[in-house]
Write a protein that binds this ligand. Sequence first.
Ligand code: GLN
Length: 487
Amino acid sequence: MKNLLNLTIHELHELLITRKISSQELTSAYLERIREVEPKVGAYITVTEELAMQQAKNADGKLARKEAVTALTGIPLGIKDVLCTKGTKTTCASKILENFIPPYDATVVSRLADAGAVFLGKLNMDEFAMGSSTENSAFHVTKNPWNLSCVPGGSSGGSAASVAARECVASIGTDTGGSIRQPASHCGVVGLKPTYGRVSRFGLIAFASSLDQIGPMTRDVKDCAIMLKAIAGHDQRDSTSVNKEAPDYEAYLNQDLKGIRIGLPKEYFIEGLSADVEKCVKNTTEKLERLGCNTVEISLPHTEYAVATYYIVATSEAASNLSRFDGVKYGFRAEDFSNLLDMYKKTRSHGFGNEVKRRIMLGTYALSSGYYDAFYKKASQMRTLMKQDFSNAFEKCDVILTPVAPTAAFEFGEKASDPLQMYLSDIFTIATNLAGIPGISVPCGFDSRGLPVGAQLMAGHFEETKLLNVSYQLEKELQLSGRFAEI
Ligand code: GLN
């Protein structure tokens, strides 16, 4: 038998249902692995060993009785620490929520638990999901398992690194402007941001509510389809979740690609794109052509405004969402204050990190009276034009192919001192969120330093089936799955 830690959800499922392995055995192997590599990687904020072993025991009971077994029964997963977990600390990698224990589960968490999954713990991230490198965690950095002097990407850096370092089989991340796809690309795993409204955000601590989505980070595309099926679907507790049944994504993975039109937006192949990444994406294009796809050049003319638009919309919504953290009902409260206002001020100045404070200030400014028309309203109008760009593009093509990020993973400190440089590196992922369409990062090669590079595929609203089908066959053609970071 291959090393248990190298197997995918679907491979492990076969072993579990035939009772060749038990979930307790599998979960113990993962906990052991976490003990071994966490000192080097730092993917977790909290490891829930006891809970995991209990869930594994329950899963084994179900497997033995063949009762309510799903594709995820007994499978050890990791959850980004921005999703509420009843009874388990949920920090958002922030000092302000350092000791916060939610009284309820996020819908995604309860769906996975109901499916029989095992939770190994809560994964590190940029504070409140603001960042692209996981350097903004209030607790510690997460290192890229492929090269420990490089960042894993962000904000779901822990979710990506844990899958790459084999510290969980798959994980859950969130994506507001690229936070699933970019770390997936940097860590050589698959990461999907579903259509806005596809997955319930109930229990997700909000960053920018009109952009946030929850999605899977996995070893291969089939696992991604399995995880999406488990978490997608309507939820009365999230009014933005769409009442539309989630298809069986796995069943659509072998559709013929002949004649599928792949759009290459000319605005995404620009100066600043590293030669290595360009080469990998070009190779991906050739592979898709070999599979019978036709490539067409398309234009997304408002791409140059994406970063500016995103950083106004996201910071404005963040400023308003984060006003709830005031030290009154839960979370951190500063000591030594003289009155209520002083308590608010001290709590928020000491509780939030620099990047979060920067965004609260930017967002508050953009929303303030006299500036609203010039900033938030303008950004919303630009957003409509960008959505229109995608609708026009999808008349000429079925799926869009682009790089995920201009470079592979960068080194610690390389961009941390220059927020603008960090923001600019989000250029290829944020338009997807502004338009609400789904996007996936699939490993497509390595740069000259041996670091993984992902290709991004995007499709129209609720076309995850198409996206996953193309990705699945591309993955087979590229033959990169099964390659692991050696750590
Ligand atoms: N890097 C982007 C930001 O800093 C995206 C973050 C995210 O998707 N959560 O806002």
